[in-house]
Ligand binder design. Structure first.
Ligand SMILES: [Zn+2]
Length: 433
């Protein structure tokens, strides 16, 4: 019986095809008025809640316990009837959150290494990855990038796809990938070779590249840069304008949510594309506030519905509308995105993600934290599960030695718990700073 039920699970559903159609439609015409945006958002929200209430045991139980019908929640301000989903709960109860309609083996495991130091895999259907790609395309086009132009994306090796996407075969959104863990000189060499119209990378990588260009008194010509994942400091933006002749668009998002908000040419803040992801800001008591913790409801996910999912960031709503006229609400003063640069013995600074990359994709690491003790010595604190064997530990140390040609030392310490003090932000990388 179980086998038959399992067989009947699908790789995608009718709901997904509708979403894809709507996504492509949104790429063609974005809502131009706040009313059109509200209508679209409310319609998508109801679709998501109906789906979650029917196919996700976690949400079904939640609706039942609160004696709610998914149809009772029609507007985003009515979402407060549901509790906030913390990352830890999402991780611990992922089996119940997952849609019973969808087979886990049909999903990609999109792993978030996050700022919490607590790896967590979000089951994502290939079709949902498409929906996310459509959102990214919307971001690129919004900043003036043209589909026939070429991009360079700097990414971790585990995130570099082995095959180009179909659209890239058709000559659209062509992309060259550069390994984020390679030395900065190599990254610059690749950029010179590719001469892309746009660069997509973390703010910390942009910092690394532009600092090196400044040191060598060298210039590149990359008109558009999309900066993600980490804090884009004004000095880095300025250096990118000078050294790359680039206009930098800061993009806010995460693996779980996809791109949530990005800047327009006015650079007054981040426009939340709330027909795809609803953002709420909550105060310490969990009440909606003008400034507070960022909580997201991802309208395009079905395999793993994320409703009122808490990110680790803080932000505030802008008081005045943006002069650009886009109907999307404006977020300001985003903080809490971890982006420390690690200073090496020779004085160069590299993105902390390059150091953290050695723990990615290693089995049995439930939580981790790097502590830089001196310029040459790192401590890696790990909450280890049973899959973290002596072989895994050996492989991790080997990889670290290879990565930094033996210039850095690493010591691994297993600990019982790594959770920080409540209210204080946990960082997976503690640098000398
Ligand atoms: Zn604007």
């Amino acid at each position: 019986m179980e086998a038959i039920r399992w067989q009947s699970k699908m790789a995608c559903s009718r709901a997904h095809l509708d979403l894809l159609r709507a996504g492509l439609g949104a790429l063609r015409r974005s809502p131009t008025t706040p009313e059109a945006l509200t209508r679209r958002r409310s319609c998508r929200l109801q679709g998501l809640l109906r789906y979650a209430g029917r196919f996700s045991p976690y949400y079904r139980e939640l609706f039942d316990r609160r004696r709610l019908n998914p149809a009772d929640i029609r507007r985003e301000d009515e979402l407060t009837q549901l509790p906030v989903l913390e990352r830890q709960t999402a991780r611990e109860r992922s089996g119940e959150i997952m849609s019973t309609e969808i087979a886990l083996h049909a999903c990609l495991q999109r792993k978030t290494h996050g700022t919490t130091g607590m790896p967590f895999a979000v089951p994502t259907l290939p079709l949902e990855q498409w929906l996310e790609a459509i959102l990214w395309a919307r971001c690129y086009l919004d900043a003036g990038f043209r589909p026939w132009q070429r991009q360079v994306k700097i990414a971790l090796p585990c995130r570099i796809p082995s095959w180009p996407y179909l659209v890239q075969h058709l000559g659209l959104f062509r992309r060259t990938y550069v390994d984020a863990t390679r030395p900065v000189s190599e990254k610059i060499r690749e950029l010179k070779k590719a001469m892309p119209a746009a660069l997509v990378c973390w703010a910390s990588t942009l910092d690394e590249i532009t600092t090196e260009l400044e040191r060598a008194d060298s210039f590149l010509n990359i008109p558009r840069v999309f900066s993600t994942s980490s804090m884009l400091w004004p000095s880095v933006r300025e250096r990118a304008a000078r050294r790359l002749k680039a206009r930098v668009t800061d993009v806010y998002g995460s693996i779980e949510t996809g791109p949530v908000a990005w800047e327009c040419e006015q650079q007054r803040g981040f426009h939340v594309h709330s027909d795809q992801v609803i953002v709420e800001l909550l105060d310490e008591a969990g009440r909606p506030a003008r400034a507070g913790r960022v909580v997201c409801t991802v309208l395009w996910r079905r395999a793993f519905p994320l409703i009122r999912y808490a990110l680790d960031d803080m932000a505030e709503w802008a008081d005045t509308p943006c002069p650009c006229g886009r109907p999307y609400p404006l977020l300001r003063n985003l903080t809490g995105r971890a982006a420390d640069l690690v200073e090496l013995p020779d004085g160069t600074r590299i993105s902390s993600v390059a150091v953290r990359a050695v723990v990615f994709e290693k089995p049995g690491i439930e939580q981790y934290q790097f502590v830089q003790e001196t310029r040459t010595r790192f401590l890696l604190r790990i909450v280890a599960g049973s899959a973290f064997t002596a072989e895994v530990e050996g492989a991790l140390l080997d990889e670290f030695r290879r990565q930094f040609s033996g210039a850095l030392e690493l010591q691994i310490v297993k600990v019982r718990d790594l959770r920080g003090t409540p209210g204080a932000k946990f960082s997976p990388m503690v640098t000398l700073k």
